[in-house]
Design a protein around this ligand. Sequence first.
Ligand code: PLP
Length: 278
Amino acid sequence: MRPSNNMYSYFNNEFLPIEQTFVHISDLATQRGYGIFDFFKVVNGKPLFIKEYLDRFYYSADTMRLPVSLTRTELKEVITQLINRNGQADAGIKMILTGGYSPDGYEIAKPNLIVSQHPLTLPGPAVLEKGIKVITYEYVRDIPHVKTINYIMGIWLQQKVKEHQAADVLYHMNGQVSEFPRCNIFIVNGQNEVLTPASRVLHGITRKNILKLSGKPFVVREAEVGLEDVYAANEVFLTSTTKRILPIIQVDDKVIGSGKPGPVSLAILDKMLEMELE
Ligand SMILES: Cc1ncc(COP(=O)(O)O)c(C=O)c1O
């Protein structure tokens, strides 16, 4: 995410040009990778599912013992002002809360709050028609229910992903899958049920919205999902704010279902698009 010209960001009580927004090297985020963040989309000037993203941001902050200097109402007002100031009606907004300027590089200090806006490109029709290949890796994120800034394993694995001509890497442990470094996973099983791992995952907002679709007409629910269930699934797809839904047609050397994006995945994508317009 490169700095965008002529854009403003919010940094501890002031709006600054994004190129002039810095944290000091003593920040725990720099020293130890300690901090949290969240990210949501703005469409036609309106933040989508803002309540859910703010809930998760304050939950992550609280769990990581990082007080947020703004109330929810104040933070919402900052977001509105940032959108108006930047004049970008369609974009992504990132809220970062760092561990602060720590005197000894280890103790939590007063967090720095940064809110920035960035251009956003969603997956185009080509990838949706073709689907993607993913590989797997045995790993569970630290404190997985919190959106921390720790993406060490995902970033380290990028080379391996490229070597396998894959698009992403699915984490699993003791035969159970959890999530991707930046996305949740869903499978469609032989009974046409749509399942997503119940534990050791970030509670993605896209995942949450898809769970709400249960019964319309597919059953969608949380479950323990084994790697073998993934290999044997009729359909597999990943979900996130920036990807929405991406069909997965190969996991390691196993082709999923017909090897093409499946009807349930595409129907859920249509429902997601409708939800975004509501
Ligand atoms: C670890 C992890 N899992 C899942 C997701 C997807 O969550 P959301 O749908 O809220 O973007 C993300 C998003 O960045 C993530 O970092």
